[in-house]
Design a protein around this ligand. Structure first.
Ligand SMILES: Nc1ncnc2c1ncn2[C@@H]1O[C@H](COP(=O)(O)OP(=O)(O)OP(=O)(O)O)[C@@H](O)[C@H]1O
Length: 368
């Protein structure tokens, strides 16, 4: 079932916690709501589920307007972060709960519950109580319970928050498998960017109640709509500067900025993996001195100071990282940069929408 949210606003008392949110989720898509604590992810999920009322706006599920419908008439399965299983009920009764309320026949309930127990690898645990299960098993029972009434949509609020890293990975794989097998449309809330990029077809990035970017993991990583998105979904070198002589001026790094107004403010983002470290040579456009290297398992992080005192970080392979030492002088090549500006002139419509422009970094010889 597709989901459409149009111009949605939510106020709590006098605070606007969701600011004019509009997006569309296609059928069978898995979407992550990603953002820092307090950015409005859970509130939006609860509004879609019908557990909270919007202050304004419209919600459509499968093309039908649902914002006036109670939760039980929206065809949604919901899993909360703290499992919320009924403690006094067995696994079987927990999973059967929704079907019993809907007064399904006992043999139909039995078939459905055993089918789900098998799907979730919970066979043989049907007579246990929640306290007799591991965290991962409890979470799978919660999922089975949400899926028992065959929802059109599955909404998951930080479903992996309460389990350790290894189990978290296993549960993620479970959800992806289920999502594909059952042809569900699902949304899950997370503040873990790795999880969002790994699991979701598309990611909605929220910041202070605003939807900053809605796109595929590749889009939000490589073409982030705002500096916030760039820094939330990966590491960045971030500089605030101005346009001088047609270039964004980051000291020795001068980035050709087409069509930007002289003197206007720009934000420059350079990903550490886009900074190439090369052996030092005198005639290099860009030179830096290594301050510190940090071994991070698969790669090294190298912090450097550019001529003129600006700092820059690069990530390099293990092989290269082992030979780079603090105090070494190196040459740098920047493979890609992103510029963001808030300028509002007709010629800058593209930038007015705060879309990034990737331009090759150019180093002006004169500045060295
Ligand atoms: N019932 C409520 N009454 C008043 N304010 C609320 C209520 N629920 C949420 N808020 C506020 O709305 C904002 C968004 O909260 P929300 O829980 O949606 O954020 P979140 O992104 O899900 O955060 P987290 O990752 O910490 O769960 C926060 O400032 C929060 O304090």
């Amino acid at each position: 079932m597709s989901i459409e949210v149009k111009n949605l606003i939510k106020n709590f008392h006098n605070t606007e916690v969701l600011k004019n949110i509009t997006f569309q989720i296609e059928e069978e898509e898995m979407t992550a709501f990603l953002g820092p604590s307090g950015s409005g992810k859970t509130t939006l999920l609860r509004i879609i589920a019908g557990l909270e009322q919007p202050s304004a706006g419209e919600i459509y599920i499968g093309g039908e307007r649902v914002d006036h419908l109670p939760p039980q008439r929206r065809g949604i399965g919901f899993v909360f972060q703290n499992y919320a299983l009924f403690k006094h009920m067995t696994v079987f009764d927990n999973i059967a709960f929704g079907l019993k309320i809907r007064k399904r026949k006992n043999e139909i309930i039995g078939c459905k519950v055993f089918e789900l127990l098998e799907k979730m690898a919970l066979q043989g645990l049907e007579n246990r109580y929640p306290h007799q299960l591991s965290g991962g098993q409890q979470q799978r029972v919660a999922l089975a319970r949400a899926l028992a009434s065959e929802p059109k949509l599955l909404l998951l609020d930080e479903p992996f928050a309460a389990v350790d890293a290894k189990l978290r990975k296993e549960l993620r794989q479970w959800i992806v498998k289920l999502h594909e097998e059952m042809k569900l449309t699902s949304i899950f809330v997370t503040h873990d960017q790795q999880e969002a990029l790994e699991v979701a077809d598309r990611v909605a990035v929220f910041n202070q109640g605003k939807l900053e970017h809605f796109g595929t993991p590749r889009e939000i990583y490589h073409r982030p709509a705002t500096p916030f998105v760039a820094s939330f979904v990966g590491d960045v070198n971030y500089y605030q500067t101005k346009i001088k002589g047609g270039y964004a001026d980051v000291g020795p790094i001068q980035i050709k900025a087409y069509r930007l107004v002289e003197g206007s403010d720009v934000e420059v983002v350079i990903r550490p993996e886009d900074v190439r470290i090369e052996p030092y040579h005198d005639r290099a456009d860009l030179k830096a001195q290594v301050k510190q290297t940090t071994f991070l398992g698969d790669f090294f992080k190298v912090e450097m100071v550019l001529t003129g005192d600006k700092t820059i970080t690069a990530t390099v392979s293990k092989e290269q990282g082992w030979v780079i030492q603090p105090q070494d002088w190196v040459s740098l090549r920047i493979l890609s940069t992103k510029l963001f500006t808030k300028e509002r002139t007709p010629a800058l419509e593209l930038f007015h929408q705060r879309r990034p422009v990737e331009e090759l970094a150019k180093t002006a010889d004169a500045s060295l």
